[in-house]
Design a binder for this molecule. Structure first.
Ligand SMILES: CC(C)(COP(=O)(O)OP(=O)(O)OC[C@H]1O[C@@H](n2cnc3c(N)ncnc32)[C@H](O)[C@@H]1OP(=O)(O)O)[C@@H](O)C(=O)NCCC(=O)NCCSC(=O)C[C@H](O)C(=O)O
Ligand SMILES: [Mg+2]
Length: 287
């Protein structure tokens, strides 16, 4: 599936934090995730739900996609979360700690679809050992499922792994998620980088995520938005090369050839998919 909308930067914020909700109106993130789950204290759940619902309905966030992360299905809160936010038409609801297709089916059954936006998407967090191991079954659970968000904080906790710069302790899980996401045409977003004052470490992790194949990164702080946007956008060099590849192949095709040569490198139809994706992505970013 071609990625139609840029997902370079998806900024989380606790929906209980009115100041963050206000600040986000002016931030150039591709999308916003209003959190009702782990970033919200139990006593603030009601207020967070009300503020998330109002934010989604407000029209104050421009054309950015607004996503609400509901509470886990093992809590007493998730049904009320859906009831409060879905009628206000979020772009998607994000289900945390999904470990199998049942969680997605349960949410779909709970939603009153006549009040939901007909195109509302379901996003899920893959962030537990069972979630990663059941990724194939989760991917096929619903036509509304479009996007995975990987969560390495919960994963590292469950694995008893350390957070290292190269992410070797979680790299098998990341690779598994990427394989299943790509095999099923899903968008896949990398985890948050918690040490938000460490700009160098964040830039390194963005670059690594891009090289692994992620579509973008989830963020926790406004200072992370620009770096994610520039890392996950095609660079000028990448775009120039993509356009030259497409032109070279068109020329070869006009001469009845199935193979082109550019700068001493063979180009076949299979190489053009990524070139086309980059051009489309650059156009989408340019608006
Ligand atoms: C981490 C923070 C608690 C830090 O907040 P703070 O100390 O207030 O930071 P600053 O003083 O530097 O903030 C400067 C201004 O920016 C606003 N701000 C801060 N964060 C955000 C945000 N995320 N969105 C919008 N605006 C934000 C502050 O209000 C200041 O504004 P102003 O005073 O008007 O200038 C905080 O950044 C934070 O709460 N971040 C988000 C936490 C969150 O949502 N966590 C959930 C996602 S994490 C996750 O998913 C893990 C995953 O599940 C896994 O398992 O891996
Ligand atoms: Mg988590």
């Amino acid at each position: 599936m071609t990625l139609a909308r840029p997902r370079r930067s998806m900024l989380f914020m606790p929906a209980s934090n009115a100041r963050a909700l206000e600040k986000a109106k002016g931030l150039p993130a591709d999308g916003l995730i209003f959190d009702l789950e782990d970033a919200v204290a139990p006593e603030a759940k009601d207020e967070a739900r009300t503020q998330a619902a109002a934010a989604v309905a407000s029209g104050d966030y421009g054309g950015r996609d607004l996503v609400v992360r509901i509470n886990g299905l093992d809590t007493d809160w998730w049904r009320d979360d859906l009831k409060a936010v879905v009628p206000n038409h979020p772009f998607a609801v994000l289900i945390p700690k999904v470990e199998g297709p049942e969680a997605i089916h349960k949410v779909e059954e709970e939603i009153t679809w006549h009040s939901a936006h007909p195109d509302m998407e379901i996003w899920v967090m893959i962030e537990t050992p069972k979630g990663f191991l059941n990724a194939g079954a989760i991917a096929a659970a619903s036509d509304r499922l479009t996007t995975w968000v990987v969560g390495t904080n919960d994963l590292a906790k469950d694995l008893r792994a350390k957070h290292t710069k190269d992410r070797l302790p979680v790299i098998t899980a990341l690779g598994l998620a990427l394989l299943h996401a790509r095999a099923n045409g899903l968008t896949i977003l990398d985890s948050v980088y918690s040490n938000f004052r460490d700009a160098e470490g964040f830039a390194f992790e963005c670059q690594q995520a891009k090289e692994l194949g992620f579509d973008g990164k989830t963020l926790i702080h406004p200072a992370q938005v620009d770096v994610a946007n520039s890392t996950f956008a095609p660079s000028e060099d990448e775009l120039t090369l993509a356009r030259r590849m497409l032109a070279a192949f068109d020329e070869a095709k006009a001469e009845g050839k199935g193979v082109a040569v550019l700068d001493g490198r063979m180009i076949e139809e299979l190489h053009l998919e990524e070139a086309r994706r980059m051009v489309t992505m650059a156009e989408a970013i340019a608006g």
